[in-house]
Design a protein around this ligand. Sequence first.
Ligand SMILES: Cc1cc2nc3c(=O)[nH]c(=O)nc-3n(C[C@H](O)[C@H](O)[C@H](O)COP(=O)(O)O)c2cc1C
Length: 325
Amino acid sequence: MKKEISRKFCVAPMMGYTTPYARKLYRILSRKSFLFTEMIAVKSLIYSKNRDSIINNDFNNPVALQVGGSEIKDLQIASKIALDYDYDEINLNVGCPSKAVQKGSFGACLMKDKILVRNCIEALQNDKIEATLKCRLGLGRELNYDFFEAFIDEIAKSGIKIIYVHARNAILSGISPQANRSIPPLNYNYVKKIKTRYPKIEFIINGGINGLDEAEMLLNEFDGVMIGRLIKKNPFLLKEVDNKIYKEEKKRIIDEKVIHKYFEYINTKVGFESIFRLLSPLLNIFFSVPNSKIYKSKINDYMKNKKIKLIEDLLVKFVSESKLI
Ligand SMILES: Cc1cc2nc3c(=O)[nH]c(=O)nc-3n(C[C@H](O)[C@H](O)[C@H](O)COP(=O)(O)O)c2cc1C
């Protein structure tokens, strides 16, 4: 039996950011948000000696393991690994436009071959956890609803229950992955329209959501929302999610203790993992706030000298002065 899990609010998979450490911080801030790993190439998942540290789940459920790949046998193995590591979902990345990913025959370029994508989803399916898809609307500079509909028509044959749509095209050459998150125009209407065709499939809308008020409004039209960059810039946004999105009545008090709790956790990892990776979920808050230069240079200095306690104190000061919590 599969668990009933709400995906009303999802934190988007982000390479280099949604690490096991970031997920720990996100979980401290929100009990309910649905989390994702970074995309992990199935070959690394299967063969890496560091598998444990790459996909360690550490009781941060509900959480999905996102994979990139298109070889059926590998995907079948990946699905078993997701179960072994107690993930709630395995998700196939069909949205990443990077050249490296195209070379490995996965990511957004798979939208060219909808039958292969259906076969991949079928390879990931098992009777314990959901096998889901994250895709774009289409490929290239021109939006084309018929292409999107034909793609979903094929995928729907797999019996898929949940599809996350980054609601813009992917442009596979001439622009960077970063530009691929802003240049192709968003079109939420395509996702609204496909939902009327497949009312039983949960469609989670992603791309350009700018705040929790907007997210809440979008829930009138979609089964869930997925947010990436906003949380990368300021993970403390998550402290409102359980009340505002999941309507939990009991309001938890989130204050600087959150930072101390996170540092307690990462202190046990120092020496096994790079300081930067341990701190990165919190460092972005400095980069997105004006006048943060002094803090940045101090942090760099402390990181070089592994002065973790000083970084913790600085973060608490910064966060309370800038009224982030
Ligand atoms: C730094 C970064 C890394 C990303 N890595 C992934 C990834 O590993 N897998 C994926 O499906 N999408 C990835 N994305 C795309 C996001 O999941 C999301 O679709 C995109 O940022 C649009 O949502 P947003 O406007 O809320 O940021 C990444 C985005 C960023 C900013």
